[in-house]
Design a protein around this ligand. Structure first.
Ligand SMILES: Nc1ncnc2c1ncn2[C@@H]1O[C@H](COP(=O)(O)OP(=O)(O)OP(=O)(O)O)[C@@H](O)[C@H]1O
Length: 224
């Protein structure tokens, strides 16, 4: 198994390439995340952070260069294979939780596992274990609207980890919380990532949070 969970090689991306006003966002970008490594991605607004996360998350394709996940070249894979790789190998956390409002916290963590053909009983046990780890065991049967912002985000972390991904991709995972809650909830995320030996690429504007990760990558004119 490759020691690198993610490798971006000379990745380039230009929006509106054939139109009147092309926007070159990424140019010859190289980036790696090693197994068990937690990498901060710090970028000024508009530098291409979301574009990079979409490419790393197999939600978008680069115009040039290669994307390797667990040593496997994802460039040129069809939609079906990409979706499968995304479901099995990647976990996503966004600034807003995007939990399904009509389902409980536990059900929100069970559903992505059922989509991966995990037996229901096993999926429920996994959800209960993850909720315990983030201190939300007693809130398993509550719907998102019955939880605080920080609690909703903790459930979203559990959902991202439900299928034991190789890599967590997070875009401002505590960005919608007040500074004190953000700090605390980010600590919960880091504990969860460390306890499970997960690798992560976490975009943040917060330099204090970035400093708590193993390595900081700055996406600016020098890199992009
Ligand atoms: N579909 C698109 N068509 C044209 N330009 C785009 C498109 N998507 C993004 N861009 C441009 O590409 C650049 C990078 O966008 P991106 O969303 O990756 O930035 P970002 O670093 O995530 O910014 P922010 O932190 O503000 O969300 C921006 O200048 C943006 O306007």
């Amino acid at each position: 198994m490759s020691n690198e969970v993610l490798r971006l090689e000379a990745v380039g991306k230009t929006y509106g390439k054939n139109g009147p006003a092309p926007v070159e966002v990424l140019h010859g970008l190289d980036l790696t995340v090693a197994r068990g490594e937690v990498v901060a991605l710090v970028a000024p607004s508009g530098a291409g952070k979301s574009t990079l996360l979409h490419i790393a998350g197999l939600l978008d394709t680069p115009d040039s260069g290669r994307v390797l996940l667990n040593g496997r070249d994802m460039t040129g894979l069809g939609d079906k294979a990409r979706t499968q790789a995304r479901r099995r190998e990647l976990g996503f956390v966004y600034q807003f939780h995007h939990l399904l409002p009509e389902f409980t916290a536990a059900e929100n963590i069970v559903l992505p596992q059922l989509a991966n053909a995990v037996p229901a009983r096993q999926a429920r046990l996994r959800a209960a274990d993850l909720l315990d780890r983030v201190g939300l065991g007693p809130r398993a049967d509550h719907r998102p609207a019955e939880l605080s912002g920080g609690e909703q985000q903790r459930v979203a972390f559990c959902r991202a980890l439900a299928n034991s991904p190789a890599l967590l991709l997070a875009d401002e995972p505590t960005g919608n919380l007040d500074p004190e809650t953000s700090d605390r909830v980010f600590g919960v995320l880091m504990d969860l990532v460390r306890d499970t030996g997960l690798s992560a690429l976490i975009a943040t504007h917060n330099h204090d949070l970035a400093a708590r990760m193993d390595r900081v990558i700055r996406l600016d004119e020098r890199l992009a």
